[in-house]
Design a protein. Structure first.
Length: 277
């Protein structure tokens, strides 16, 4: 591996006005939306689990209101100061693909019916629908978490549907010789999808009532120095991390974990209370 363990300095981000180019159902629980716009070619991505902020129109509006020309540390405060009835609905997503020819941004949405504004929007997305995106303009930026140290011998990944696009990005970023063990929990077997795979990649798909922690506990893991990336629903993330650190003896510093969402709590509530999932 050539990826440094240290985090890079904060890199610049900017707002982009985008529109839907096409929307396709990948599986019963995943919608792929491709965005275009005049400045998409200025976007950058580190690959991996590269995050962006997506701004959807508030009800009754055809474009989101977003704070423009605001310094990086003040963007969130500026967004919250906008009129709640008109400001864009902000959600965090992973770049699934960023293309240059043609210049397009692809985002995969985990959908769950009309529960939540982003799911509702993705299920109804049509060509020309307008959104705003806060995205990096340099590849080396702070908005991604997958940073395996140079001495990593193998990688462990866990995710649910919300983190599946990030897993796909990570797998596409890794060298083909890196051993990978991945567990992905999705609602039904119909939600399995093709993923990039190296020479020694083992991907285990899980559906209810199977649990990620139980599946990992029963698995034989490779020898050598691991790096674990754990993302999805927060209680599952905590359970997996606890098992890896306490039971498997993996150092905490080699387990990157992210709660993408919390069961029973909306992202709006988490933002209002300034909590992390």
């Amino acid at each position: 591996m050539t990826t440094p363990a240290a985090s890079p300095a904060t890199s610049p981000f900017r707002f982009f006005d985008l529109h839907v180019v096409r929307a396709t159902a990948l599986t019963p629980s995943m919608i792929r939306v491709v965005f275009g716009g005049d400045d998409v070619s200025r976007m950058a991505s580190a690959g991996r689990d590269q995050r962006i902020k997506l701004f959807l129109p508030s009800p009754g509006h055809d474009a989101p209101a977003v704070p423009r020309d605001v310094a990086d540390p003040d963007r969130y405060t500026a967004w919250r100061s906008l009129d709640p009835s008109t400001r864009g609905v902000m959600r965090t997503y992973t770049i699934r693909e960023l293309r240059t020819s043609p210049a397009e941004l692809t985002v995969d949405f985990a959908v769950h019916g009309d529960e939540g504004p982003a799911s509702r929007w993705a299920l109804r997305a049509t060509v020309g629908d307008r959104v705003g995106v806060l995205a990096p303009v340099v590849e080396d930026n702070v908005a991604y978490e997958f940073r395996p140290p140079v001495d990593t011998d193998w990688v462990l990944l866990t995710a649910d549907a919300s983190a599946l696009p990030a897993v796909a990005g990570i797998l596409g970023h890794l060298p083909p010789t890196m051993p990978v063990r991945a567990w992905i929990e999705v609602p039904t077997p119909a939600d399995h999808q093709p993923l990039p795979a190296g020479l020694d990649s083992a991907i285990t798909w899980l559906t209810t009532p199977a649990t990620t922690t139980e599946a990992i506990r029963a698995a034989a893991l490779p020898a050598g120095v691991p790096y674990a990336w754990v993302a999805g629903e927060s209680s599952t993330v905590k359970s997996v991390r606890r098992h890896l650190v306490r039971d498997r003896g993996i150092p905490r510093t080699r387990v990157q974990f992210s709660g993408y969402w919390r069961n029973g709590t909306s992202e709006d509530h988490l933002m209002q209370t300034e909590e992390a999932a």
